[in-house]
Design a protein around this ligand. Structure first.
Ligand code: C2E
Ligand code: MG
Ligand code: MG
Ligand code: MG
Length: 287
């Protein structure tokens, strides 16, 4: 939106807006350099099986440690990388690095990776995934790929073809942030998914009966469509209790752990197991 400059009545854009534009160009340039310099790093947040009282896998979440800007939130830089297309090389780094690391994890732990719609456009995401699996020898059954509904705003037929090809490699497809888009249900019926991630906005406030109703409906949907369901953003023992009562057995959230650097993986496995043993999540499990 163009604001009239106070200092110069003949200028369309106020100085603040030019500055915003400059900032945006600066951050874009920094992001390009960051890719070349390898300033991106993966953190991992556990998926927890509350029935068994243990970690079932980890989601890779990218972090940018900028020497000049410090820690920048993905909420800030991912949208810019999506707009500029830089998400494509970043996504490839995430895929390769995450698979390389997960290949050394204890067997049975899954790896989940976020894919951007841009990664489905140019290039060949199917070839990239196939190659990463082959190079790292990660069992395809252990890889889950998360996409959001924004993927389906582009050519649906093409997306369907690519999703089927990805599943053909033996990997699982998850629908991230489920329920926040416009026609989640329609997409579920048209596209092949293995897992639904209930968005944290519904989990955050389960006291609101509307949110509770949505969570219940999604769990019912998962059961009848034979899709796994995981709840995102579980922060309290009370949320965990309610979700489990409703039949949700897989969860992710700060209650169990924040996303942590790869070196903390063994510690997360032990801490969460002990957390269950000690009833730290509100319920004791014998493990
Ligand atoms: P997402 O995939 O839905 O990831 C979940 C986000 O929620 C993460 O934020 C995570 O740190 C945060 N979170 C997890 N548990 C809790 C909780 O209990 N409470 C609250 N308040 N938040 C929680 P993060 O790491 O900042 O990532 C934000 C978004 O950026 C991700 O949402 C994803 O859409 C995107 N993103 C992150 N890494 C990648 C990546 O490698 N590739 C792509 N394409 N997108 C990524
Ligand atoms: Mg995700
Ligand atoms: Mg999500
Ligand atoms: Mg999200």
């Amino acid at each position: 939106t163009a604001k009239k400059s106070a200092s110069d009545p003949f200028c369309v854009y106020a100085p603040e807006i030019q500055k915003e534009h400059q900032n945006r160009q600066d951050i874009e340039r920094d992001l390009r350099e960051a890719l070349a310099r390898g300033e991106f790093e993966l953190h991992f947040q556990p998926f927890v099986d509350v029935k068994r009282g243990c970690v079932s896998g980890f989601e890779a979440l990218v972090r940018w440690n900028s020497p000049t800007r410090g820690r920048v939130s993905p909420g800030v830089f991912i949208p810019i990388m999506e707009e500029t297309g830089l998400i494509v090389p970043l996504g490839l780094f995430v895929l390769r690095d995450a698979c390389r690391q997960a290949a050394h994890w204890p067997e049975g732990l899954t790896l989940s990776i976020n894919l951007s719609p841009r990664q489905f456009e140019g290039g060949d995401i199917v070839a990239d995934v196939r190659q990463s699996l082959a190079e790292t020898r990660l069992d395809p059954k252990r890889l889950q790929l998360e996409v959001t509904e924004s993927l389906f705003l582009s050519d649906g037929d093409r997306v369907l073809t690519v999703l089927n090809a990805l599943r053909g490699l033996g990997v699982a497809m998850s629908m991230d942030d489920f329920g926040t888009g416009y026609s989640s249900l329609g997409y579920l019926s048209r596209f092949p998914f293995d897992k639904i991630k209930i968005d944290q906005s519904f989990v955050r406030d389960l006291d609101r009966k509307e949110n509770m109703a949505i969570v219940r409906a999604v769990l019912g949907l998962g059961a009848s469509m034979k899709l796994a369901v995981i709840a995102e953003g579980v922060e309290t023992a009370e949320q965990m209790r309610v979700l489990q009562e409703e039949g949700c057995d897989e969860m992710q959230g700060y209650l169990f752990s924040r996303p942590r650097p790869a070196g903390d993986l063994p510690k997360m496995l032990v801490d969460i197991k002990e957390g269950f043993q000690q009833g730290r999540f509100g319920r004791e499990v014998n493990v």
